[in-house]
Design a protein around this ligand. Structure first.
Ligand code: ADE
Length: 234
């Protein structure tokens, strides 16, 4: 997969893209990420990327031209442009279903906003999707783009060592994940549940499922209700 990112802060991406799973995935060639400095497509002595909003109000808005001109330069034409995602708190909430959908694309273009946002014509003219990573406001789209890249890349073929760990996890079935334990069997007065050490795989499976259901019900009643609804309609 090829992922392009347009940002005013390319330095944001050096750490996350080089470390751990993402770094290895890039070395192995499972993904190739091009981080492009939006300033390359700004004009004038000050290389201004933003301007004050029409209609007044606080803050600055990112101008449309650098985004459109970058896209003109990076791709051969509209049919060449990959699925384009604008990161914005007003977008559709990112969830595992959307991550899976994005992971099925041959390429992605991620557009990062800053300040009050990006000129609406970029949303209208370039975005296939507007995506938010949560109901809170970040200083810009960079952290959200990193989140998408990491969540997508770990689903690409050959990226995760243990294939199982990609399927038996949180949200796989619409439930949060059960608790994990490793050695030692007791630590600071906290013991590993007996069932996990029993060697009875069926019991372990049942216990994990019960834990997943109980945890989801407690911390994410919204997910729990959806899961129950889905289970009933099956
Ligand atoms: N930019 C600022 N806040 C954001 C959020 N929550 N998700 C995506 N992009 C953002």
């Amino acid at each position: 997969m090829h992922i392009d990112v347009l940002t005013l802060f390319p330095d944001y991406f050096t750490g996350p893209l080089d470390a751990s799973l993402l770094g290895r995935a890039r070395v192995r060639g499972a993904v190739d990420v091009g981080v492009h400095d939006l300033r390359r497509w700004t004009r004038g002595v000050h290389n201004t990327a933003d301007d004050s909003p029409y209609g007044g109000g606080a803050g600055m808005v990112l101008k449309p031209e650098p985004f459109f001109e970058a896209v003109d330069d990076l791709y051969g034409g509209p049919q060449d442009r990959p699925r384009t995602v604008v990161l914005t708190p007003r977008g559709r909430l990112l969830d595992q279903r959307l991550v899976e959908e994005l992971a099925g694309e041959p390429g992605l273009l991620l557009l990062c906003g800053r300040y009050e946002g990006i000129d609406e014509r970029v949303h209208r003219g370039l975005a296939h999707d507007e995506v938010s990573i949560g109901d809170y406001v970040l200083a810009g789209g960079e952290v959200a783009a990193c989140a998408i890249i990491e969540a997508v890349v770990r689903l690409l073929p050959g990226v995760m060592g243990n294939v199982e760990s990609g399927t038996d996890e949180s949200f796989g079935e619409g439930l949060l994940e059960y608790p994990h334990y490793t050695r030692p069997p007791e630590y600071r007065g906290m013991a590993v549940p007996e069932v996990l050490r029993s060697g009875d795989h069926q019991k372990v499976r049942r216990w994990r499922r019960e834990q997943a259901i109980a945890r989801t019900r407690e911390v994410r009643p919204d997910l729990y209700e959806r899961w129950r609804g889905d289970a009933q309609s099956d």
